[in-house]
Write a protein of this length. Structure first.
Lengths: 241, 131, 545
């Protein structure tokens, strides 16, 4: 259902060529007018209105608008919806300047102020629902390779679905300016086959791997996370419930 | 000059139409419910513009001929003083009562100067008048 | 209508407190241009940071820089300079002796000055200048996440500057509506005046939302409980963007208006589609009041589809305006002056910004591109490659009227060439960077991303732009020191400002020519040509049209 990658590519495949084509036509018309006007020796033309033509042109543009909007609405509707029964739900908590992704079995992956975050695994070919919030200011959960982002607001849960067709590493960035270390607030998603994902998830239940080491390095931000993680067990129970 | 009000009335009406056009999209409720603020802001601007147009229409209906001569003042130090005072008073809200008081005093000076200028202008009208 | 002038006072007093709309406008324009240079210096430091491998400045400093760069360019440069040019020329173009509310206009100038100084004073505080972007959005801008006086000074500064702009808009609007010369009907007002009218409508009816947003922000910082949590952050942005979209049209309309005048003048013919253009301007301005939440598509908190519809619908009036500009070139006899070149630059380059705007108006595309360098490229194409080029066109066009001296044409054409090259080298690569996933407002990135080469190119372009601005300043200096007298009408203009001396007297006009269309001077010239032709028997028959 929600397939942001293909929705983007589909709409882009219509909008970009039209934009480039319109630009080319207008610049070509301009050049022709400039060359003619530079050469003109006789008095300039006097005709300075063509209301009928302008009306026709405006109506044409309105029709183009309707077509573009229809394409946009059609592509957008599934993106704004979330599936009733997603294959997987991941809770995302953004904070200055870290990401924490928590799975329903309590496993979690954390990335603190790093350009090389430990990836959180996701299964390919399935709807993955993300439920995101922020602990402080507005952050942006952006996966450029899927051409999708959502702002995460404090005190509120934003829900959205993502679908990973191809296996591989998907980089994630904080797209909304959030203060001092905004530049370094990254996360990563590793898309693998559902079977491999399940085995990874099972191995995570015992200890949330690199998170502890990374958190220890991060100092101040980690304090907030430690508190969060000890509440995480409670959180996991709430998430499951 | 009456027709000038038409610009405001027409533009305000256009904003009103665009506000009404929000209605079919209301069924798409966001997580915080219907976004009344969107209709309130645009509708508010529309209503204010139409109101301004009506006021202008009424003013134009009542206005007589403009005076045949007007004295153009060349400067108004009182205006500059008033604005400086208001600026200082505003900054005082962040820096302390002392700055608010200084600003208010300067602004009062400016206001007094404005009153003097206005009186002088009126005297100029009555006195020298048209060439 | 005759006027008496009170004897002039001493010069320094006049500089501080003149109520002549022309002096206020020149003061405002000069202050705005000074802020442009200051904001430009900030951008050069930013570009050095982004081109270098390893930091030139700290992340915190960078965040202050881009906040103050954007804030300066919007609140202290492009908006005020457009209004200032309107303040100067609208009374002239409608045949008025002065602007409505001259002391109100003067107040606006000082609000700009104090507002700008207040914002920049942030750099002098221990915590530095504001660093929450030019949007100042909550909760990043609240007292917990942006403590310190830099943010306070920014809030006060923006409020003051914006209030001054609202005063100017009121003055210009009332002048156009109620102070026209007797024969100057609404439909005879030229395209620049109509574009200023549309601008002023936006300022008067949209700018109050910013004052409200900032007042709420200030209250939140001092008392709390005003903008709470997620809902409060959304409300702040609804209010902010209700201002924040119209402001970009306030930064566009004056400049397309002056481009229209320039194109008509240097084409030697009447503006094409004058009435259609007026209708398009008003429709465009109205529509621009209805698109604001396209800045909030990725929040999922606004009625996205309504805003996608209204944002895409902007192509209709924009297309009409472009048709009319091209129509004015049609069958023209062109003179490629510096002003005309800048106007052409506006036409081509603004189009890039406009078309990419339609792309961003589609949520499926915006979800992928928002907050990236694609957006940065888009708005720099509209505001800098578009409006700023239109601004320089207007400056080359109207400088002789302001000062009585011509700007050097050769220097102007060289400035245009450098500026065009620099602009495209700086901003076009940003479309690519955005599509590659480079977020905006980041102070550094590892070279492993592969983003450095394009950033180096952009920085080089920025240096070329800086050189072109330096050339402009040299041109102004040289042209004022060794003057080429311009006379009343150096370009064979069509509108009333050219029917008086350069610069105009305090009361603007000693006498007005007959006004029977939106191009009274062109009418007079054409009538004179026909009379001469008839006298010589060249015309076989009949009265002129």
């Amino acid at each position: 259902m929600a397939d942001s990658l293909h929705a983007y590519e589909h709409v882009r495949g219509i909008y970009f060529p039209i934009a480039i084509g319109v630009f080319a036509v207008i610049v070509a018309a301009l050049l022709i007018l400039l060359v003619r006007g530079a050469r003109r020796r006789s008095a300039p033309g006097r005709k300075s209105d063509a209301l009928a033509f302008e009306l026709f042109y405006a109506v044409t543009l309105a029709c183009v608008t309707v077509v573009l909007v229809a394409i946009t609405f059609h592509a957008e509707t599934p993106l704004d919806r979330t599936a009733a029964h997603p294959a997987l739900r991941i809770e995302v908590t953004a904070a200055q300047w870290s990401w924490r992704l928590v799975y329903s079995n309590g496993a979690s992956v954390t990335a603190v102020s790093t350009w090389h975050p430990t990836p959180a695994f996701v299964p390919t070919g399935e709807q993955v629902e993300f439920v995101g919030t922020s602990r402080d200011v507005i952050h942006g959960f952006w996966v450029p390779q899927l051409h999708f982002q959502r702002q995460l607001l404090p005190g509120y849960e934003t829900r959205f679905d993502l679908r990973f067709d191809r296996p591989g590493r998907y980089g994630g960035e904080c797209s909304v300016f959030c203060g001092n270390q905004h530049s370094e607030m990254h996360f990563a998603l590793q898309a693998v086959s559902p079977a491999r994902f399940q085995s990874w998830l099972n191995s995570q239940t015992a200890q949330p791997t690199a998170a502890a080491a990374v958190a220890a390095r991060a100092g101040r931000s980690a304090q907030g996370l430690t508190a969060g993680r000890s509440a995480g067990r409670v959180g996991a129970a709430e998430a499951a419930g | 000059m009456r027709r000038a009000a038409i610009v405001l009335l027409a533009w305000g009406a256009w904003l009103g139409v665009m506000t009404a056009a929000q209605a079919p999209f209301r069924s798409i409720k966001g997580p915080f419910g219907v976004h009344w603020i969107e209709a309130a802001m645009l509708g508010g601007a529309a209503a204010t513009c139409v109101l301004a147009g009506l006021v202008l229409w009424a003013l134009d209906a009542r206005a007589g001929e403009r005076e045949s001569a007007r004295v153009l003042a060349t400067d108004s130090l009182a205006t500059t003083t008033l604005v400086a005072g208001l600026a200082l008073a505003l900054l005082g809200a962040g820096f302390g009562l002392w700055l608010i008081l200084i600003g208010a005093s300067v602004a009062a000076l400016g206001a007094g100067g404005l009153a003097r200028e206005t009186r002088a202008r009126r005297r100029g009208h009555r006195g020298e008048g048209a060439p | 209508m005759s006027t008496l002038t009170v004897p002039a006072r001493a010069a320094p007093l006049r500089a501080l407190a003149s109520t002549d709309h022309k002096r206020v406008a020149i003061g405002a324009g000069a202050v705005a241009f000074a802020f442009f240079v200051a904001g430009g210096v900030l951008s050069l430091i930013m570009r050095s940071q982004l081109a270098a491998d390893g930091g030139v400045i700290s992340q915190d400093s960078y965040n202050q820089l881009f906040t103050m760069h954007g804030s300066t360019m919007v609140y202290l440069f492009v908006v005020p300079v457009g209004l200032a040019i309107g303040l100067y020329f609208v009374p002239l173009q409608v045949g008025a002796a002065e602007v409505a509310g001259p002391r109100v206009a003067l107040a606006g100038l000082w609000l700009l000055v104090f507002g700008g100084l207040s914002m920049w004073a942030g750099f002098l505080t221990s915590g530095g200048a504001a660093a929450a972007s030019w949007w100042g959005f909550d909760p990043l801008s609240d007292s917990l996440h942006s403590p310190g006086s830099g943010m306070e000074l920014w809030i006060f500064g923006v409020v003051m500057a914006t209030a001054g702009q609202m005063l100017w808009a009121g003055c210009v609007l009332v002048t156009a509506l109620r102070r026209r010369a007797p024969q100057m009907t609404l439909l005879r007002m030229p395209v620049f005046t109509w574009s200023m009218l549309a601008t002023c409508l936006l300022v008067v009816f949209a700018f109050p939302a910013l004052i409200v947003a900032l007042a709420l922000l200030w209250a939140q910082r001092h008392f709390g409980g005003v903008l709470g949590g997620g809902l409060g952050a959304v409300d702040y942005q609804q209010l902010f963007w209700f201002y924040g979209h119209p402001v970009v049209y306030v930064m566009f309309f004056p400049f397309i208006g002056m481009v229209g005048e320039i194109v008509a003048t240097f084409s030697g013919r009447r503006f094409f589609g004058h009435h259609a253009f007026i209708l398009a301007l008003l429709a465009f301005a109205g529509l621009s009041m209805t698109v604001w939440a396209h800045h909030m598509f990725t929040m999922g908190q606004a009625t996205n589809k309504y805003f996608a519809l209204t944002s895409t619908a902007l192509v209709v009036p924009a297309g009409i305006e472009y048709l009319d500009l091209l129509g004015t070139l049609w069958r023209g006899r062109l003179r490629f002056s510096a002003a005309f070149l800048f106007a052409l630059g506006f036409i081509v380059q603004f189009l890039v910004g406009g078309l990419t705007g339609i792309i961003l108006a589609s949520p499926p595309l915006d979800y992928g591109l928002n907050m990236s360098y694609f957006v940065v490229a888009h708005f720099h194409y509209t505001i800098f490659a578009g409006s700023a080029f239109g601004l320089f066109g207007g400056i080359y066009y109207w400088f002789p009227k302001l000062t009585g001296a011509l700007l050097r044409e050769r220097l102007g054409k060289l400035q245009f060439l450098l500026m065009a090259i620099g602009t495209n080298l700086t901003f076009f690569p940003m479309f690519v960077l955005g599509a590659e996933g480079m977020t905006r407002r980041i102070a550094l990135y590892p070279t492993s991303t592969g983003w450095q080469p394009l950033n180096v190119l952009a920085t080089f372009g920025a240096l070329v732009i800086a050189l072109s601005v330096l050339l402009f300043l040299i041109n102004v200096w040289v042209s004022l020191r060794s003057r080429e007298p311009a006379g009343d009408d150096p370009w064979q203009g069509q509108t009333l400002e050219w029917a008086t001396s350069s610069p105009p007297p305090r009361h603007n006009f000693d006498a007005l020519p007959p006004i029977r269309s939106f191009a009274p001077l062109l009418d007079a010239r054409e009538a004179a040509q026909e009379a001469t032709a008839r006298a010589r028997g060249d015309v076989a028959e009949g009265a002129p049209a």
